[in-house]
Design a protein around this ligand. Structure first.
Ligand code: S3P
Length: 168
């Protein structure tokens, strides 16, 4: 049986887009962790950051991540910070397999500069500041993402190949 599959990687790497395609092809439910947090909090991720602060968001994120314990299998797109806080990555590995969607910082910058308003950690940042934030945050998180069971390139990823990888 296919285990639970968790997609990890930086904001804008394509976790949700790839996750949806993967889930469809594998005929598994797709879970978007940010959306589940929003459902539970009845509030957008942006507003959680704004009114409750990042610390509260990280606690909620960890709780919601762990609330799917009783599900059998699914594909989940986690948030960019999810594996980097508390014991979330260890937890993910007790539950199933992780796939790191790797993307270079220039491509991340290009994608995020067009879609930053929905992301509270970057929405106020101007161009040069955004690039610096991406590079610095990525540098801090890279070694955590690298601990994933599998790694695929976010620009060239082919979901059929991902399934072969999971089955090999
Ligand atoms: C975050 C990434 C976001 C969301 C929140 C914080 C981060 O998810 O969880 O804004 O710290 O990298 P996406 O990676 O889905 O944008």
């Amino acid at each position: 049986m296919m285990p639970k599959i968790f997609l990890i990687g930086f904001m804008g790497s394509g976790k949700s887009t790839i996750g949806k395609k993967l889930a469809k092809l594998m005929q598994l439910p797709f879970i978007d962790l940010d959306k589940e947090i929003e459902k539970k909090a009845k509030c957008s991720v942006s507003d959680i950051f704004k009114y409750l602060g990042e610390e509260s968001f990280r606690k909620m994120e960890s709780e919601v991540l762990k609330s799917f314990e009783n599900e059998t299998s699914f594909v989940m797109a986690t948030g960019g910070g999810t594996p980097c806080y508390f014991d979330n990555l260890e937890y993910i590995h007790t539950q199933g397999k992780s796939i790191y969607i790797e993307l270079d910082t220039k491509s991340i910058y290009y994608r995020l500069s067009k879609a930053k308003n929905i992301r509270p950690t970057i929405k106020e940042k101007k161009e040069a500041e955004l690039l610096r934030f991406i590079e610095q945050t990525f540098e801090k998180r890279k070694h955590i993402y690298e601990q994933a069971n599998y790694k695929v390139n976010g620009l060239t990823v082919d979901v059929k190949k991902v399934i072969e990888l999971l089955e090999s």
